[in-house]
Design a protein around this ligand. Sequence first.
Ligand code: CDP
Length: 247
Amino acid sequence: MSGKIRLINGNGLRVDGRRPNELRSIKMEVGVLSNADGSAYIEQGKNKILAAVYGPREVHPRHLALPDRALLRCRYHMAPFSVEERKSPAPSRREIELSKVIKEALEPAIFLEKFPRTSIDIFIEVLQADGGTRCAGTTVAALALADAGIPMRDLVVACAAGKVDGVLVLDLNDIEDKEGEADVPVAYMPNLGLISLLQMDGSLTIEEFNQSLNLAMEGCKQIYKFQKEALRSRYVTIKEEVEECLR
Ligand code: CDP
């Protein structure tokens, strides 16, 4: 966080040409893998992330089974080719932490108590990373859970806001994350109005923190529309396929 690189130009635009409160371009697709119970793919700026869900299914090893609810497990993993400098395929401390953080962001949304003694396993594969992968990973994992037909209280959608060159900005990319002053990732359940992830890296005043939180929540509400649309198109396609078979 050196602040040496100029991240906001004379016109108030960011390094990738966005205005401060603008999201990166987003594409989502649901049901992209045929062998998983549920799956989804997201592109958010240069991030490319795949999520697969298995379950509810028998727990292995069996002693991990919980008597009153499903065991939720999450693995966030970055492909060796996902970042500029080859990343070891072995799980790093950061990936172990992000796996835990994403699991805890998704957990409140799932009716785990409906599936005692089973497990629900989420695999998040970052194919290309450009900042904010914990947020995009959470957003795409929620879609994969919905695609697996797992009953949920709400979708979970995540987005970061932060500060670069003294300006509060939405949805930081890699360089803004690394060179900016602060980053506040937020996971949000829009219908329940609940926050399930709130982190902060860097430094902000209380006023800036509150503004960043509101900005991130606004970003989440916009991304939520893409999530709903991706689910809708998936089920329109399934309906069309079923109609075709019946013809
Ligand atoms: O991705 P997110 O912002 O949630 O997590 P981070 O730990 O703040 O990482 C920020 C960015 O650093 C990632 O999105 C990657 O673009 C980059 N990174 C990297 O270049 N090499 C790594 N081994 C890990 C992260």
